[in-house]
Design a binder for this molecule. Structure first.
Ligand code: CMP
Length: 139
């Protein structure tokens, strides 16, 4: 049985474009409960740590520069089968390949500015959530 929690970040493009509210509504409408949420800004150091798994990829510097370009919204979401169901809700990493009606299809412009992040495993969901929230901040 998969876990009940996943982690998400609404990225700087979606926040800057005024899509935060619509995206939160979309997520709740798909049956996810927000158990923690924070409007914040990443430092270069923190963005680099968050995406450390991509450190050797050619897009790493652009990814970090983009993620620190403006505020983000970090959240922990609860639902049965949370990680996999949420990845279905956000759609493919490249918005041109994201299915109609997914968050990236609706709100993302490019593979870099792709509106939203979703954890890819239960293990990473726990690691990523702990980046932004301690146990007492979760409800
Ligand atoms: P995200 O799911 O947040 O995880 C890593 C991010 O790197 C990804 O979304 C994309 O926004 C970004 N990225 C940029 N170029 C690529 C690429 N070629 N492949 C995968 N991710 C990429």
């Amino acid at each position: 049985m998969s876990g009940k929690l996943t982690f998400t970040m609404i990225k700087p493009d979606a926040v800057a474009n005024g899509n935060t509210g619509k995206i939160i509504d979309h997520i709740i409408g798909k049956g996810f409960k927000m158990v923690a949420m924070k409007y914040t800004r990443l430092s270069a150091e923190k963005a680099g740590e968050f995406y450390a798994v991509h450190r050797e990829r050619p897009f790493f510097k652009d990814l970090v520069d983009f993620m620190i370009s403006g505020p983000i919204v970090a959240a922990v979401l609860e639902k049965d089968n949370a990680v996999s169901d949420f990845r279905d809700v956000i759609g493919a990493t490249d918005p041109s390949k994201a299915e109609a009606g997914t968050i990236r299809n609706l709100y993302a412009k490019s593979i870099d500015a792709n509106a939203i992040h979703g954890s890819d495993s239960d293990e990473n969901a726990a690691i990523e959530a702990s980046f932004f929230f301690n146990a007492f901040e979760r409800f």
